[in-house]
Design a binder for this molecule. Structure first.
Ligand SMILES: C[S@@+](CC[C@H](N)C(=O)[O-])C[C@H]1O[C@@H](n2cnc3c(N)ncnc32)[C@H](O)[C@@H]1O
Length: 219
């Protein structure tokens, strides 16, 4: 099994919200196992933008695990951002903002992080978001994209059912489910923005076929 860090400092920020509240339960739900693998590709210092940060757990985790990181988490869901804001103070190195669909803050950023968001977009929207994110990178900056892939197929089927429940039935996530795609297709999309790309499967020991794609801007 891969190393699993529950990031107690980060979860403590959400503990006071109360286990009984649906939003808090959603915020503290699954997905923490992927944090270390994704965070390992994010610079340990500099300005970082997380697009589609939801309730802000991963943005907080990035700041809690490296004192040199200054993180801005943005999302189109104002209710999630409102909850995320209750987890930070003015002295924290994390800020949360609501954005309009299709907009991003200007940057430049040393890293832009997008975790489990692109599957909600159409193909054209995916390319537009990745291009906008790449444009906001500082020299040598990285675009870190984590999505659910399509291999192996049994894991992809489990993930598809779960996400259709979240977007369609339970209404936890804004947007429609436009489908997962392969590591190669995602890597090609990031490469099309002009960044140098590396990709990995990060699904060992996990039920979901997580993939990670990192694009680096030239110095
Ligand atoms: C499945 S959730 C993932 C949340 C978080 N990244 C995580 O991994 O826990 C997808 C998030 O993307 C947000 N989202 C959808 N469309 C967006 C857009 N155009 N710009 C920014 N965020 C968006 C949703 O509101 C939701 O919070």
């Amino acid at each position: 099994m891969p190393t699993f860090s529950p990031a107690p400092a980060t979860l403590a920020r959400y503990g006071a919200l109360g286990r009984g509240r649906p939003a808090a339960r959603a915020a503290c739900g699954g997905g923490r196992a992927r944090w270390p693998a994704v965070a390992a590709r994010v610079p340990r210092s500099g300005t970082i933008l997380e697009v589609g940060c939801g309730h802000g757990l991963f943005s907080n985790y990035l700041a809690d695990t490296a004192p040199g990181r200054h993180v801005v988490g943005v999302d189109i869901d104002a209710r999630k951002i409102a909850l995320a804001r209750t987890t930070v103070t003015d002295t924290d190195r994390v800020r949360f903002d609501t954005i309009a669909d299709g907009e991003l803050p200007p940057g430049p950023f040393d890293a832009v992080v997008i975790v489990d968001v692109l599957y909600l977009f159409t193909s054209a929207q995916r390319d537009a978001m990745l291009a906008a994110a790449a444009e906001r990178l500082a020299p040598s900056g990285v675009l870190v994209v984590k999505e659910v892939g399509t291999e192996p197929r049994f894991k992809a089927r489990v993930a598809a059912v779960q996400e259709r429940l979240a977007t369609g039935v339970m209404g936890i996530t804004e947007g429609a489910h436009h489908g997962f795609e392969s590591e190669q297709v995602l890597a090609d999309r990031v490469a099309a923005t002009g960044l140098s790309v590396t990709s990995w499967r990060i699904d060992a020991g996990r039920l979901h076929p997580h993939v990670l794609v990192v694009g680096r801007r030239d110095p």
